[in-house]
Design a binder for this molecule. Structure first.
Ligand SMILES: NC(=O)c1ccc[n+]([C@@H]2O[C@H](COP(=O)([O-])OP(=O)(O)OC[C@H]3O[C@@H](n4cnc5c(N)ncnc54)[C@H](OP(=O)(O)O)[C@@H]3O)[C@@H](O)[C@H]2O)c1
Length: 228
């Protein structure tokens, strides 16, 4: 898909804001989705002023943001994932791509960000996939990219993005979105089931951040040239 319009649900928060900022800076048209219209518009205005006058950023409530985009990126805390998908489901259209960035950290039940909770579906990506309409493709990606790194435009983001899901064309589109972020390499990581492993790595990265007093630990897969 050439030049997709991207909506970022939860784009008012750290991770979604950083992704939206990078994509706006690259030249993609971006819509910030929020539960609150004014909050969405305020975040969009901040991104627009940081990314520059030629950037195209607007803010809408989540269902409107979802209906207007080609690619819908979900960056909400796990506790809000089910509700967010339920809210946008009637607005989704055939052919759209939904990207799950959410990780089921234990913080969802008052615990630690260095642990995850066990899900019946296996992972947040698989849960989101189960809730999708049949003609919408669910891909998991960006789960391991630090918000801190995304929000610092003065440096490249030093992280591979593992992309998993069942639709190869959807993964190719998301691969382009990964490539648009300086320093990032997209890697096709196979079927959606692999989101289980990928999401666990986020908890490990949080743990490494704490142990080594840094804020943007990332990961690189070595020994391979990713296929497009
Ligand atoms: N932060 C990172 O470095 C990082 C890295 C990799 C993956 N992730 C994953 O990305 C997701 C978002 O992380 P984040 O740090 O950006 O989270 P966050 O700042 O706490 O929340 C993101 C947005 O989610 C929305 N939201 C919807 N329902 C909510 C609820 N019940 N409680 C709180 N917020 C709610 C809020 O937007 P509105 O109020 O505007 O609706 C909020 O601004 C998480 O699943 C996280 O595990 C984060």
């Amino acid at each position: 898909m050439a030049n997709p319009k991207i909506s970022v649900l939860g784009g008012t928060g750290d991770e979604g804001y950083g992704l939206a900022l990078r994509w706006a800076k690259h030249g993609y048209e971006v819509i910030i989705g929020s539960r609150d219209l004014e909050k969405a518009k305020a975040a969009a205005a901040r991104i627009q002023s940081t990314a520059g006058p030629s950037s195209r950023v607007s803010g809408l409530v989540n269902p409107d943001a979802a209906s207007k985009a080609d690619v819908v990126v979900v960056t909400v805390p796990f506790a809000a994932l089910y509700d967010t998908i339920k809210t946008i489901k009637p607005s989704l259209r055939p052919g759209q791509i939904v990207v799950n960035v959410t990780v089921p950290l234990e913080t969802a039940v008052g615990g630690s960000a260095t642990r995850t909770i066990e899900l019946w579906d296996g992972s947040a990506g698989e849960l989101a996939s189960r809730l999708m309409p049949k003609d919408v493709s669910l891909v998991s990606a960006f789960n391991n990219v630090s918000a801190e790194a995304l929000n610092d435009l003065s440096r490249d983001v030093d992280c591979d993005v593992l992309i998993c899901g069942g639709n190869i064309d959807a993964k190719r589109t998301v691969m382009d979105l990964a490539r648009a972020i300086p320093g990032v390499r997209g890697v096709d990581a196979g079927p959606i089931e692999n989101s289980r492993t990928i999401e666990q790595l986020t908890a490990l990265l949080v743990s490494l951040n704490i142990r080594h007093s840094v804020k943007s630990a990332g990961l690189r897969i070595t020994g391979m040239q990713p296929k497009n």
